[in-house]
Design a protein around this ligand. Sequence first.
Ligand code: ADP
Ligand code: MG
Length: 392
Amino acid sequence: MALIVQKFGGSSVKDRDRIFNVARIVANTHNAGNDVVVVVSAQGDTTDDLITKAAEITHNPSAREMDMLLAAGEEISIALLAMALNELGCHATSLTGWQAGFRTDRAYTKARITKLETERISSELERNRVVVVAGFQGLNKLDDITDTSAVAIAAALHADRCQIFTDVEGVYTADPRKVRNTRKLDEITFDEMLELASLGAQVLNNRSVELAKKYNVELEVLSSLNPVPGTVVKEVVKDVEGMLIKGVAKDTDVAVITILNVPDEPGTSFKIFGLLAQKNINVDIILQSTGRDGKKDISFTCAESEAETALRVLRESARFDQVTCDETCAKVSIVGAGMQSHSGVASKMFEALSNNNINIKMISTSEIKISCIIDREDADKAVSAIHEMLFE
Ligand code: ADP
Ligand code: MG
């Protein structure tokens, strides 16, 4: 007998039929003799609808009340799923995140799980019940932290497996809904998946992969609609196909900020990025020109939503007068541990962009990834072109 944590995203529980579909998967797992904890998000577009409702009332809702509102969406899906399980003869209890023992910091809609008290879940499992837990849904899709809740439960309970069910059959070489001829990966390492998730592959949330790596929780990404083997995410994988590159991802929430003619002297970068850090602005790629006549230029990227604050800080607090912002950028990236030992991968990526007349504004590399900043309107074309160049 094993302990299995199963997570189902909003699309998997969006209506009655889908809820019963999920209930059957859970019941089958339980009937096979396993303990099962299920983590679900709010149904379909519920979270977006609730956000719209809040916007009808105020443009500036308190984070606490937003949290309360979004939690309501999740309570609907846990209760309905528990009912469906009971209907199938599988005894189930639904628990809100709080009842399930999650303790978070007070960041509300951006809450991080700080602790998980497992007594309540464990006692329900001892009574041979399936436990249905509400995940925490962040405000935007990329922030979907229900995945993280599932991994946190799997880690705390020392579960044998954590299955992330979704609407595609696993992790693919690019978004299978947007790119042609993508391939499903049988396995991928935590490090590669962490990069893919951080660089925009929506299929898993990056914090959940981080947590899975930290506690060595093996993840499986699979379809809730089609019962075929998915993608296993773990520390070490056997690379039977010798794939150098595992995937192409894009992030369209990127702004590039450039500060011209700053002093070419010690302390300049500290001044700039110290101020930005104080405002909790996450800076990604940083580029600095060679100094000339005692001056240099510094560019960096951040999320578009944070660009306005960054500009204000630089103009008002740092008193730089030549600050510009290009708000409509995107980052396209390729990821794969194999590129460390193989040259020529970068040039293929650049060739694909060149063939499509796409200009590269910035480049950043690490051992297992290469990212290019480009115009946002070129993002989809770029991903397809790079994917075609590297995988076909
Ligand atoms: P859920 O509601 O189940 O959490 P998400 O929408 O968060 O589902 O994630 C699944 C979606 O991620 C897929 O429908 C797919 O369009 C998208 N996606 C983006 N990149 C990838 C990728 N490399 N592999 C698989 N799916 C991807
Ligand atoms: Mg998701």
